[in-house]
Design a protein around this ligand. Structure first.
Ligand SMILES: CC(C)(COP(=O)(O)OP(=O)(O)OC[C@H]1O[C@@H](n2cnc3c(N)ncnc32)[C@H](O)[C@@H]1OP(=O)(O)O)[C@@H](O)C(=O)NCCC(=O)NCCS
Length: 168
């Protein structure tokens, strides 16, 4: 089977609570992502299902994005984590998953996207810079959670990346 045929077999869908454990396992295999608890991934897959996405190949979860609308500002979609299994990388899957979320009824009023990225995560910067270009929207970044002030020195500083405004 050639590469394109494999890509076509990856189906994207809103996750269900049945996907929480598989999402947890995938994230474990995707450094530098933080693993949360499996319970956290179960909540993402149920409460935030309409704004999150699971990518499935042959019954296996190979990609997962957790995201939610900011409680005090539902026009902003916050992307919590993006995970693509090593075997599925470099084929546009993360971009497809973001697009899938942005095509939903749940996100039709969204005009801004926010996420946080550590300064040295090249792949993640490239993914969101590419998304900003596709949306024809500006991308701005500022410090959100600082290594010492917020993480007690135990985690790299997280930059808040804001894309928008845009119209879907
Ligand atoms: C980051 C990650 C999600 C990218 O997934 P992917 O499916 O390979 O990404 P895509 O193929 O959709 O690529 C999107 C863009 O980013 C670029 N990109 C992807 N990986 C890259 C890398 N390692 N270095 C530089 N650019 C990269 C692509 O070239 C593409 O740019 P383009 O649209 O201008 O062509 C994946 O590498 C991953 O899961 N990494 C570990 C976890 C992580 O760091 N997640 C992000 C933090 S939330």
């Amino acid at each position: 089977m050639n590469q394109n045929e494999t890509d076509d077999l990856i189906t994207l869908r809103a996750p269900t609570s049945k996907d929480g454990a598989a999402a947890y396992k995938l994230i474990e295999q995707c450094p530098p992502l933080d693993t949360n608890s499996m319970y956290c991934n179960l909540l993402q897959s149920s409460h935030f299902s309409s704004t999150s996405v699971a990518a499935e190949l042959d019954g296996k979860i190979v990609g997962f994005i957790s995201a939610y609308l900011l409680p005090d500002n539902p026009q902003t979609l916050f992307i919590w984590q993006v995970a693509v299994g090593e075997e599925a990388r470099g084929k546009g899957l993360a971009s497809r998953m973001l697009k899938n979320i942005l095509n939903r009824t749940a996100t039709k009023s969204v005009t801004f996207i926010e996420t946080t990225i550590t300064p040295d995560n090249k792949a993640s910067w490239a993914l969101f810079e590419s998304l900003a270009k596709k949306l024809d929207a500006p991308l701005n970044s500022t410090v959100m959670f600082e290594r010492d002030a917020h993480f007690a020195g135990e985690h790299e500083t997280e930059m808040l990346v804001k894309i928008g405004p845009f119209e879907l």
